[in-house]
Structure formats: C-alpha cells, structure tokens
Design a protein around this ligand. Structure first.
Ligand code: TRP
Length: 417
C-alpha cells in the first residue's frame, strides 16, 4: 500500500484516450493504494489565465467524468487544488530554494512553449484562409520539401506545418524564425501571410502569455502538490517525467538544507493510451477526432462510421488488412476475443464489409459507455451533492497538508502559527 497522488488539469470534457490512458489506471490504483486524485485548477491558470470563463464549468465536467467512470470517493481522496491553500504556501517556500536554471532547462517547459507557439501559428494561418489539411500526407516532410516549388497554394498538410515549426523551434540557437519563414513559403504559403504570422510570433504577445512567473514555476507548484502529501508514487505519462525528477531534486534540496521531511517520490509510468482518434492520429480535442465519454449513442455511431479503415480496401469485395485498420485497433479494446478473431479472418477474405464491422464496434463502444452514461445522468440530477463530495475530499486533503506545513515551518525555523 503506497501513498499515490495524481492530478489533472481541467481543460474540458474527457475522451476515450483519457479513459484508457489515465482513468483506467486510476481505477486499478484506487483498489490497492492510498490514493489522492485532484483537479489541478491552478495549473490550468498557468497558461490560460485569460480564459477563466470556462474554468468552473470545466471543473464540474471533470467531477462528472471522474465519478461516472467509477473513481470512488470511498476509496480515494478526491479534491480540488485551489481549495487547499497550503499548496501555494509550500510552492512559495520551494521557490526560495529552487535555482532558476532548473526551471528554464526543464524540457516540459519548452514543450508547453512549443505547443502554445504552434497553436498560435496554426490558428493564425487558418484565420487567413490557409487550408490546413489534417489527413496524413503521402510523403515525408523532407521529400515534400525537396519537391516544393514555392508556388502559392495556400494549402498545407498539418503534419508539414508541425514538422517545420518543430525543426525551427528545437534548435540550439533559439527559434529559427528565418528558416521557418523560408520553408513555409517554399511549401506554398503566401509570403505576406507567413511574414505576418512569424512577425507576430517574434514580437507579439504569444510568448508573453507564458512569459510569466507562474508558468515558469509550474513544476514548483507541482512539486508542492506532490510533496505536501508525502506521496511515494505519482502515476503520470511520460511527458511528466521531468516534473517528477524536479520534484525529487527539490525534496532532496529541502531535506539537505533543513530537515529530512520529504520522501523522494517515484514516477509510476502509465503507458500512453494506444487508442488513436477516429482519423488515426493521436486522440485530441484540437484534432477534432475524439470520442468523448459524454457522447451519446448517436454521436458514437456517427463517429465510428467516419473512422478510417484500410486505405487499400476500396470495395467491399477487396480483401482487407486489419493490421492497418483503426476500427480493428478499437476492437482490441471493446470486442471479445472470439469476435475479433472472426472479424480478422473474414476481413482478410472480404467476407465482412467495413460498415458491418463498424456497426459491431459502435455497438460495443456504446455498451461500454452505457453504464458511464447512466451514472452521468444520476450525477447531473443532483450535481451539488457530488460537488460536496469534492468539498469533503478537499477538507480531508487540507488536514494532511496543514500537518505537513507545520513540520515545514518548524524545520525552516519560521514563525509557527
Ligand atoms: N502537470 C500535470 C499534467 O499536466 C498535472 C499535475 C499537476 C500533476 N500537479 C500534479 C500530476 C501532481 C501529478 C502530480 O498532467
């Protein structure tokens, strides 16, 4: 039995990728360990401090999503970060002992910055009527670049755009805007638009949005979240590993400077969800390819019918290859072994068509979602009752956090309140 803690930023409703990537793991952990799961609403502010209109609603959605999936307040402590002010106090004290360079060198800081810049670039171009094709391109970026004529098309594959920006961004000298401009023009975008976009990136407020103390100190707050409960294990995805490493370093530094209070927590690496979006790319809200836990039956049916299948299989009479089919990948999670093996054989012999195969899948996804939908209905009928569950959890968490803070003040020889 370990002390386990994890958090999620409330960025909107959760999809199947979140379920198979995170929640399923939490459901198992809550059976075996002393778990705390919290909604990291302060962390959501680090880059979304302007968009607070949706914050409360997103927190509510998260409460509903977690509870309807079976995250159980009888088994785990569920709470909201901003309700435990002690996190902020500990983060402040940690900020006194954390060298700035630890934060600036943190790879996830760079990645977040990348995403923000990239999102801006993409949205800007889309706003200028540049057509951003989201289907995977037929050839590699390098091949495309080689063949590019520079002729204006104002069309670009999203993958090329991302790759170009990636290369310009992860570059030892800082962001290579000049190269980016040249490449985008060469790939067919209008010179004027590209120049304006890049100029905004270079001089505008995109960077400023995250050029804040809060954003830089994101991992310090995260360290406080974890250490204040003396958590021993933190289930997270790979992208979070640098944050956990930093948490360990902060714990070590504190323990050396003052007193041995904090254990060094281990990351419990959760395997990333293998479930792609309906177009085959990573499932994500921004790609518009997600199936949400809150989708109704009709929506699921529709999305499954839109799923990409084996591109070589044009007619129903063509034999298919399940190994390259997204629908088949989904079947692995939602369909029983016998049916999967049937579909496998029949697809290869063109004895089952994609529509029929999709119907089976849609039915199975719906069967999986039905109990979650049922619970969702119950919860929505009396939301205050379930918000209260988080309120109670927050109080439980606060009692522990407050004890740790007393130890911390004592160790640091601060005034003891
Ligand atoms: N940074 C995490 C994420 O974006 C969320 C988070 C905040 C977290 N505090 C945490 C995760 C503490 C684990 C432990 O996914």
């Amino acid at each position: 039995m370990k002390k386990v803690l994890s958090g999620m930023r409330p960025t909107g409703k959760l999809h199947l990728g979140h379920y198979f990537g995170v929640l399923k793991n939490w459901l198992e952990l809550q059976e075996k360990h002393d778990c705390k799961f919290f909604i990291a609403d302060w962390h959501a502010l680090t880059n979304k401090y302007k968009e607070t209109d949706e914050l409360k609603e997103n927190i509510r959605q998260m409460i509903i999503d977690w509870l309807s999936c079976g995250i159980d307040p009888e088994k785990a402590t569920l709470f909201i970060q901003s309700g435990v002010k002690e996190h902020a106090e500990l983060a402040l004290l940690f900020s006194m002992i954390t060298p700035k360079s630890w934060l600036e060198l943190n790879p996830s800081y760079k990645d977040l910055k990348f995403n923000l810049y990239y999102q801006y670039l993409r949205d800007f171009l889309a706003g200028k009527q540049v057509k951003i094709n989201q289907t995977p391109p037929p050839e590699s970026f390098d091949e495309a670049l080689e063949k590019a004529t520079g002729k204006q098309k104002n069309k670009i594959f999203e993958e090329y755009l991302r790759e170009a920006f990636h290369r310009a961004f992860y570059n030892k000298k800082g962001i290579d805007f000049k190269w980016l401009k040249e490449v985008l023009i060469k790939l067919g975008l209008q010179k004027k638009i590209v120049e304006e976009a890049v100029k905004n990136l270079e001089e505008g407020d995109v960077g400023k949005d995250i050029d804040t103390l809060g954003f830089l100190a994101y991992p310090v707050l995260q360290a406080a979240d974890i250490l204040i409960y003396k958590a021993e294990a933190v289930p997270v995805g790979e992208d979070q590993l640098p944050h956990i490493e930093l948490t360990r370093e902060i714990a070590r530094r504190f323990n050396n400077l003052y007193d041995q209070i904090f254990p060094e927590p281990e990351a419990m690496l959760t395997e990333e969800s293998k479930l792609p979006g309906i177009d085959g790319r990573k499932m994500s809200k921004s790609y518009n390819n997600a199936i949400y836990l809150s989708d109704d039956t009709e929506t699921v049916n529709k999305k499954v019918m839109e799923m990409k299948t084996d591109p070589q299989r044009v007619r129903k009479t063509d034999p298919g290859n399940p190994e390259v089919c997204i629908v088949f990948e989904y079947h692995q999670l939602f369909t029983d072994r016998q049916t999967i093996s049937d579909i496998d054989t029949k697809c290869r012999k063109a004895e089952i068509g994609c529509v029929e195969c999709k119907k089976i899948l849609a039915e199975n996804i719906n069967r999986f979602l039905d109990p979650i939908r049922e619970r969702r209905k119950e919860i929505e009928k009396d939301l205050p009752k379930y918000e209260k569950v988080f309120q109670d959890g927050t109080e439980k968490a606060r009692a522990i956090a407050s004890d740790t803070m007393m130890e911390v003040r004592k160790a640091m020889k601060l005034w003891e309140f």
